[in-house]
Ligand binder design. Structure first.
Ligand code: GTP
Ligand code: MG
Length: 189
């Protein structure tokens, strides 16, 4: 068949926001050889990912997964402050960014915004129309802020020079992730 176009995606956001959990849900261990698992088998993959121990990322991990038309190589970066200086080394070769926010972490929303602003103002990002997908993750938490609230606190409406999109997600259950990947696929050039 046709070879899928290869794209690099950078997965960013503060530590503990859920980046690795999201990428893990999208990885082929959770897809059958013939594509995403049918609903009949979803519960099996969920049990499996829930019992997999996801530990804080050290440095970064490289993961691969496919959508219907693209072959993604994801740089799953550590969000810990001591590793955030690694992020910028991968900006140039990235075709899109996934930025993950912990919707329940009100205290660190300003830190997330600072990191986002630094990213968007970086010389290797500023002038490019690369798509930015936001996951307002952990939407299952009782204290989770709404999608609208998260968008306001991050001032997303100020992003005028790039296509962007925000989805609410629950990475533990895999909810909201497909909508995001579909949007990315449609906006990556
Ligand atoms: P670093 O690698 O340190 O940057 O963190 P990370 O962004 O990769 O976070 P990780 O995926 O390791 O998840 C951190 C914790 O949040 C884990 O205990 C996850 O199980 C939990 N978590 C991730 N997504 C969700 C979610 O949607 N809801 C809830 N309730 N917990 C989540
Ligand atoms: Mg991680």
């Amino acid at each position: 068949g046709l070879k899928k176009k290869e794209v690099n995606v950078l997965c960013l956001g503060l530590d503990n926001s859920g980046k690795t959990t999201i990428i893990n849900q999208l990885k082929p261990t959770n897809q059958s050889l013939f594509g995403p698992l049918s609903d009949d088998w979803k519960h099996v993959s969920q049990v499996k990912t829930q019992t997999q121990d996801i530990v804080p990322t050290i440095g970064f991990n490289i993961e691969k997964f496919k959508s219907s038309s693209l072959s993604f190589t994801v740089f799953d970066m550590s969000g810990q402050s001591r590793y955030r200086n690694l992020w910028e080394h991968y900006y140039k070769e990235s075709h899109a960014i996934i930025f993950v926010i912990d919707s329940g972490d009100k205290l660190r929303m300003v830190v997330a915004k600072e990191e986002l602003d630094t990213l968007l103002n970086h010389q290797d990002i500023r002038s490019r129309r690369l798509p930015v997908l936001f996951f307002a993750n952990k939407s299952d938490l009782r204290e989770a802020m709404s999608l609208v609230k998260v968008s306001q606190l991050l001032c997303l409406e100020n992003i005028k020079d790039k296509p962007w999109h925000i989805c609410a997600s629950n990475a533990v259950k895999g909810e909201g992730l497909q909508e995001g990947v579909d949007w990315l696929q449609d906006h990556i050039k």
